[in-house]
Write a protein that binds this ligand. Structure first.
Ligand code: FAD
Length: 259
C-alpha cells in the first residue's frame, strides 16, 4: 500500500473585494501576471502592512516580494494561505508523527473505535522486495493480529447476551476498545488535514529528509509535488533528491522556516 495525497481545498482571492478596498483608499495594486491565488493573497496581506500600493509599490514581482518576506523572516504573512488535503494509504505510526505538528495544522482522522476495521490494510514499513525474509515475518505478524481483531469484532455480531440496554452497550464498547487495541502501528489510516503555508514549509524542512523513515519521506515528496505548482515562490527553496538507498527525499536549502 502506498500513500495517496490530494488537495481538496485551496486559497482563492476575491479580487473585486480587494479592488473595492483599494479604491476606498484611493490607490491601486499592480499585480504580477503569473502569480497564483495563494501567492497573491500573501502579497496583498504583506502590502497592507505598509500600504505599499500605488506610488508606494516597488517594481518587485510577486515572487521577488515573497522571497523578500521570507528573507526578512516576516513568516506570519504566510499563514494566510491554507490548503486542505485528504491523505490515505499511510500507517498509524506515520499519522502519529504528523499530528505532533501542533501549530497551523488541523486534523480529522478515521476512528478506530467507531469504524469496523475487519478489512483494513497494513502499510509495509520497508521495501518488501529488497527484504523478503523480514517482509514474510512482518506479514505473518500483522495478519495474525487482524485475525484476532476479527474474532473479537465477531463477538459483537454473535452476541445473544441478555440484560438491559445499558449493560449491552457497555459490553459492546469494551469489545470494540479491546479489538482496537490489537491493531498495530502499521494499520492504514485516512486523515484530512488543513495547514497553512508557513506550517507546510516547517513540516517539509524538518521531516522531508528523515533518514530511516521511508514513509515520511514518501509523503513529503507527494506534498512538495502538489505544493510547488500551487505556490512556486513559497516552495522554491525545496527540492527532491535521490538518497543513498535510491529512494527520494525533500531537501531544504533556505533559511529558518518557523521563527
Ligand atoms: C528527526 C526527528 C526525530 C524525532 N524524534 C522524536 C522522538 O523520539 N520523540 C518525540 O516525542 N518526538 C520526536 N520528534 C518530533 C519532534 O519533537 C516534534 O514534536 C515534531 O517534529 C513537531 O515539530 P515542531 O514542534 O517544531 O512543530 P509544531 O508543533 O508545528 O511547532 C512549530 C513551531 O512552533 C514553535 N512552537 C510550538 N510549540 C511551542 C511551544 N510550546 N513553545 C515554544 N515554541 C513552540 C516552535 O518554533 C516550533 O518549531 C522527532 C522529529 C524529528 C524531525
Amino acid at each position: 500500500m502506498q500513500p495517496s495525497l490530494r488537495i481538496i481545498a485551496r486559497p482563492s482571492l476575491d479580487i473585486s473585494a480587494v479592488t473595492e478596498f483599494l479604491s476606498e483608499h484611493a490607490t491601486e495594486w499592480r499585480r504580477s501576471a503569473d502569480a497564483t491565488p495563494s501567492e497573491e493573497l500573501i502579497e496583498f496581506a504583506g502590502r497592507v502592512c505598509y500600504m505599499s500600493f500605488g506610488g508606494r509599490q516597488s517594481p518587485r514581482s510577486n515572487s521577488e516580494y515573497i522571497y523578500n518576506l521570507t528573507d526578512q523572516g516576516h513568516f506570519s504573512v504566510l499563514e494566510h494561505a491554507s490548503w486542505s488535503f485528504i491523505l490515505s494509504g499511510v500507517s498509524r505510526s506515520f499519522s502519529h508523527q504528523l499530528v505532533r505538528h501542533r501549530i497551523g495544522f488541523s486534523f480529522s482522522q478515521l476512528s478506530q473505535q467507531y469504524v469496523d476495521q475487519r478489512d483494513i490494510g497494513f502499510v509495509e514499513p520497508f521495501d518488501a522486495e529488497r527484504y523478503p525474509d523480514a517482509a514474510r515475518l512482518w506479514r505473518r505478524a500483522v495478519e495474525s493480529l487482524r485475525t484476532e481483531y476479527q474474532r473479537l469484532q465477531q463477538l459483537l455480531s454473535d452476541d445473544t447476551r441478555m440484560g438491559d440496554m445499558e449493560s449491552r452497550k457497555e459490553w459492546a464498547r469494551f469489545v470494540r476498545s479491546a479489538a482496537r487495541s490489537l491493531l498495530p502501528n502499521a494499520t492504514e489510516t485516512r486523515i484530512v488535514f488543513t495547514a497553512n503555508a508557513r506550517a507546510l514549509r516547517h513540516f517539509l524542512a524538518v521531516r522531508g529528509a528523515t533518514e530511516g523513515d521511508p514513509e515520511m519521506r514518501k509523503v513529503a515528496v507527494l506534498l512538495l509535488r502538489l505544493m510547488q505548482p500551487e505556490a512556486p515562490s513559497l516552495f522554491s527553496e525545496f527540492h527532491i533528491e535521490t538518497v543513498s538507498d535510491g529512494s527520494l527525499a525533500v531537501k531544504y536549502r533556505g533559511h529558518s522556516t518557523a521563527e
